[in-house]
Design a binder for this molecule. Structure first.
Ligand code: KG4
Ligand code: ZN
Length: 332
């Protein structure tokens, strides 16, 4: 079965072709970073317009570089939510029209389920059940994953997402956008032990997160130390990153222990963070657990993960209908 995946929930227009839900024939990601970086964050109206410009050429490129022709496609999977409504609508409407014209089934996919399924695009996918830490710019949550299409939310952030905290701290330090990669590169030059920022473990038996206190802690430190700030930037970045990494890692392993689970996964944009990857890999090794983290190209938003998740719905005969709509938030 050959599936076309489409993703447009935020500031990446992406399309991918997948064979049998696991083999990536092509994965194209058109980033809008340059459009949004002067504003220090994603501007929804600009994002929608850029998606409109990019969607057809990106899908075309995915089909071409997979070495297939459109009539060879068996189904389409597209992000339905959560995300920016205007952005989502572009990919979603395109997918609907494309599937209708080609007369093939299509399915709307939850973006977070897509991130979780990114681990199945690696050579050593996890066995079920496993615990997944999803850390991105919009979400930070822990799931007990029981199949490709079923999982239970164990806890999530009460305020900022982990990636959002990286972005905000980068902005405070005038380092630019998006902040994840910038802060992690800067942290490499600093000492994580020099400046201590409190770890927000909250209730150690629960799996909720909070990063707004840490953000305030960094802001206060910056305000108090303005005079030596330039010298201290790498240590601030390293201290901040260590606080986030410690909490994410602690909660992931606590959840695994609670559920008596030997397999852990980390997905989402923040999974690209090398310090987080290292900490989770060494801790898992010490505890005799298997750890699954996708390659960098599959951590950030991409359409291969959407096709991977959608594939499992399509093979179960689940499809979406022309009257279905996008959603900005998960209904609770
Ligand atoms: O999954 P993603 O591409 O989009 C969302 O669904 O949100 O995640 C983007 C987030 C951004 O906040 C970005 O700063 C963060 O992931 N990020 C990182 C790194 N690379 C990207 N955070 C920490 N370290 C990184 N290396
Ligand atoms: Zn995402």
């Amino acid at each position: 079965m050959i599936t076309l995946g489409i993703e447009s929930s935020c500031d990446e227009t992406a399309a991918a072709i997948l064979e049998n839900g696991t083999r990536i024939l092509s994965s194209i990601v058109a980033s809008q970073i340059e459009v949004h970086s002067p504003y220090g964050g994603v501007v929804p109206e600009l994002a929608s317009r850029k998606h409109i410009e990019a969607i057809a050429p990106v899908v075309d490129e995915a089909i071409q570089s997979a070495g297939i022709r459109a009539p060879m496609l068996d189904g389409v999977a597209v992000t339905q939510g959560p995300g920016l409504v205007g952005s989502l609508l572009v990919g979603f409407s395109f997918a609907k029209a494309f599937a209708y014209a080609m007369d093939i089934p299509w399915i709307g996919v939850n973006h977070l389920e897509g991130h979780i399924n990114s681990v199945f695009l690696t050579r050593t996918p996890p066995a079920f059940p496993f615990i997944a830490l999803l850390a991105s710019g919009g979400h930070t949550a822990i799931y007990h994953v029981t199949s490709h299409t079923t999982s239970t939310l164990m806890g999530q952030t009460r305020d900022d997402a982990a990636g959002e905290a990286f972005d905000k701290v980068s902005k405070m330090l005038d380092l630019g956008y998006p902040g994840g990669k910038i802060i992690s590169d800067m942290a490499r030059k600093g000492d994580p032990k020099k400046i201590f920022f409190k770890r927000a473990y909250l209730d150690k038996n629960k799996f909720d997160f909070s990063f707004s206190g840490l953000k305030t802690g960094v802001r206060r430190y910056i305000e108090k130390n303005l005079r030596h700030l330039n010298r201290e930037v790498p240590d601030i970045a390293a201290g901040f990153q260590a606080s986030v990494v410690d909490v994410l890692s602690f909660k992931l392993f606590a959840a695994a222990e609670k559920m008596d689970c030997r397999h852990v996964a980390v997905v989402g944009g923040v999974a690209a963070n090398s310090s987080l990857r290292k900490k989770i890999e060494t801790t898992a090794k010490r505890k005799g657990m298997t750890v699954h983290i996708p390659p960098l190209s599959l951590c950030g938003d991409n359409a291969a993960m959407i096709a991977a998740a959608g594939y499992h719905h399509l093979v179960q005969g689940q499809t979406s209908h022309l009257d279905s709509d996008v959603y900005s938030r998960i209904k609770s």
